[in-house]
Design a protein around this ligand. Structure first.
Ligand SMILES: [Zn+2]
Length: 254
């Protein structure tokens, strides 16, 4: 069995003690590859540098909507330069977050759009973070039907899922799907087209059961896969194979 964690923040300080051990240990847990999102310019540099050290890691570059305070003129050009490295597979994580801050919506949208334009220019897929903002995200993305889109940590309604499927988007599901009352996530796991589903941990956050509340890491992704396989009445090995194939296609991993 082979699994791909499509979203883990291995540059987080939470991994300072054991990062290199953990990355080498991934193969013992059937985790073939981890794709790391970035949160701002400094993190984009860190993510890229880390990915270059290990064959099983890949990078994204971008500004998370929560981190746009540090965004400066010229940063798009800097992201563009970083993205020329073959280890960079996507622009992410980018989007809108009205949960943490809602008085800067226009600024969030502006920087989101600049990064979508960059992805279009570089012909790279985009990884979308959205919180309390899915309708605005989908509205903006209407103008980018040429881009490959992944909605990370999908937690929205059936109607939103159907809209994403209609547009050919990929969704990624994380540890929340293992929580008892995670109705949206469980419904999405059951109803998503199997060729549009990816798995993620969002490490160090959102540990799946039975590790809820503890630091998350990509070795726990099998719990996410197991839960989705159970919900769909599929074999774990088959789900692993399909979701890995989807991630390879989406990120263009050769
Ligand atoms: Zn994330």
């Amino acid at each position: 069995m082979k699994l791909i964690d499509s979203h883990a923040h291995l540059t987080s300080d939470d991994f300072n003690e054991d990062r290199s051990f953990l990355i080498k240990d991934l193969s013992n847990f059937a985790v073939n590859y981890v794709v790391m999102p970035a949160c701002d310019l400094e993190d984009s540099i860190d993510v890229l540098n880390l990915s270059k050290k290990y064959d099983n890691l890949f990078a994204q570059v971008g500004f998370h909507p929560q981190n746009i305070d540090s965004f400066k003129d010229g940063d798009i050009e800097k992201l563009e330069n970083l993205a020329k490295d073959p280890k960079v597979l996507a622009i992410g994580e980018i989007g809108l977050d009205y949960y943490w801050q809602y008085d800067n919506k226009d600024e969030q949208k502006e920087i989101f759009i600049k990064q979508l334009d960059l992805a279009r220019k570089l012909k790279l897929p985009v990884v979308i973070h959205s919180r309390d903002s899915i309708d605005d995200c989908l509205e903006i993305l209407k103008d980018y039907s040429d881009l490959k889109v992944q909605i990370h940590c999908f937690s929205y309604s059936y109607i939103h899922l159907m809209e994403c499927m209609k547009r050919g988007y990929y969704i990624s599901i994380g540890g929340v799907v293992t929580f008892k009352n995670a109705e949206n996530e469980k419904n999405a796991a059951i109803n998503v087209d199997l060729d549009r589903l990816m798995l993620e941990t969002d490490s160090p956050y959102l540990s799946p059961e039975p590790y809820r509340g503890m630091r998350n890491d990509p070795r726990k992704i099998v719990e996410v896969a197991r839960e989705i396989a159970n919900l769909r009445g599929m074999k774990l090995s088959k789900l692993a194979k399909r979701t890995s194939k989807n991630a390879m296609e989406f990120f263009n991993i050769k």
